[in-house]
Design a protein around this ligand. Structure first.
Ligand SMILES: [Zn+2]
Length: 177
């Protein structure tokens, strides 16, 4: 796999377009070796070179490209985990809308009793926290915080929590301020 000679030459020409440094056979050889060791794809490497000159500039080495590719891959897989979680949440919440889940039913029962007895209401805390994305578990706004199971046959699955992560509560306070 890795990059073909043509792709490497193209990549180095892009770099030269940015910094004006001419590259020769030695560069092609060195970059080819790094590309193979670090498992670059051409698209990733091209993106990394462009990002380097757009944001950092300076001397471009293969290590810089590798670091950017690694960071891109991690960001992508984080994003995929979030999307996977959200699609699972949607699958859980989707069907059986007409049947109220047990805690909901009990709450409305308690509420009607409380109303008939004229009880004082304690305001629910925490909806503010739900208005922002959780920086800890990346639950989207409006979604409950969740934790990922690390063992057992449901390993990797997300389980909604009844409380919010502290960092989310802090974040919502910051955004409200
Ligand atoms: Zn959270």
């Amino acid at each position: 796999m890795s990059l073909s000679r043509n792709q490497l030459v193209g990549l180095l020409k892009v770099a030269t377009a940015y910094d004006g440094r001419e590259r020769g056979e030695a560069d092609i050889y060195a970059w080819s070796d790094s590309a193979a060791r670090a498992g670059w794809t051409y698209e990733e490497a091209l993106e990394a070179v462009k990002e380097h000159f757009a944001f950092d500039g300076g001397f471009l080495t293969p290590a810089v490209v590798t670091k950017r590719i690694t960071a891109q891959r991690e960001a992508r897989s984080r994003q995929q985990r979030v999307e996977l979680y959200e699609s699972r949440q949607a699958a859980i919440e989707g069907p059986a809308r007409d049947v109220a889940p047990e805690p909901e039913r009990i709450r409305s029962l308690v509420e009607s009793v409380a109303n008939s007895l004229g009880w004082q209401r304690i305001p629910k805390q925490k909806p503010e926290a739900l208005s922002v994305e959780c920086p800890h578990c990346h639950a989207a706004p409006g979604r409950p915080c969740a934790r990922q199971l690390t063992r057992g046959h449901r390993r990797g699955e997300f389980v909604p929590l009844s409380t919010c992560h502290d960092s989310r509560i802090q974040a919502s306070k910051r955004s409200a301020a």
